[in-house]
Ligand binder design. Sequence first.
Ligand code: 13P
Length: 255
Amino acid sequence: MSKEKIIIANWKMKISLSESKQLAQDLIDPLKEIKGIEIAVAPNFLSVCDVADILKDTSLKICSQDAFWEQQGAYTGEISPQLLKEAGCEFIIIGHSERRKFMMENYEMIHKKTKLVLETEGVTPVVCIGENWDERKTDRRDFVLFDQLQQALGGLKFGQGDRIIVAYEPIWAIGSGTAIEPAEAEYAHKVIRLTLNDMFGKDVVDENFQIIYGGSINSSNVVGFLGLENIDGMLVGGASLNAEEFAKVIKSFNK
Ligand code: 13P
C-alpha cells in the first residue's frame, strides 16, 4: 500500500455545481508540480462526474462524501459504492460527524457502509470518528474513539492490498477556525493506532491503515502537524474551497 501522506478536500455542500467545476479547474495549475503526496477532492454528489472529468489527466483523485450500504435496488435517493466507483471516485467518506448529526447516521449504518465500501474493489473508505466538546472536556475522549472504532470496524476482515483510512475529526474543532494542538492530535492518533493494533494486529494496521486529522486545518497551522509519527494526512474543509489556499496547505504539509 502507498505510504505517501494523503490530503483530502471535503467541499461539503458549500459550493454549487458551477463553482465545483471552477474550483477543480483552478486546482490543476497550482498542483501540477506536486509529487510525493496523494491528493483527493470530495465534491457534492451532483458534481462528482464533472469534476472527475476535469481532473482526469491530473494526479488528483476523487472522493465521495458518502455512500449507501447496498450496491443496487429500490433505495430512492441513495448512491452505492459501485456507482461512485463508476463515476470516478477512489475514496468514500463514511460517518462524517455532520451526517451522524443531521442524517441520524448510527453505528449500524456506518458499519454497513464501511463494510460494503471495503468489499468494493477500487474504492477506499475514509471513516470519520471524533469526540464532541462535552466528551473531551470530561476526559472521555479515549473511550469515545475506542467505541466508535469498535462499532464501525469490529469484525471486519482485511486482506492484502485492502486499504482503509480513519479520519480523526474532533467535532468541536470542525469549522471552529482553530485546529487542536498538534500534540493533542498526535496523542489521539496514537490512541486510535493502539486500539486498531488491539483489534486487528500491528502488522495489519501498519499495512492497511492510515490515520488522518481533520478540523480547521489551514495553511498557517498545518505546519505544526508536519513530521508527527501517527499523522498520515489531512481532511480539509473550509480551507480547501480556495484553490490558492488549498495548494498552500498541501505545499506546507509536503515539505
Ligand atoms: P473544516 O476544515 O472546515 O473545519 O472541516 C473539517 C471537516 O469536517 C472535513 O471533513
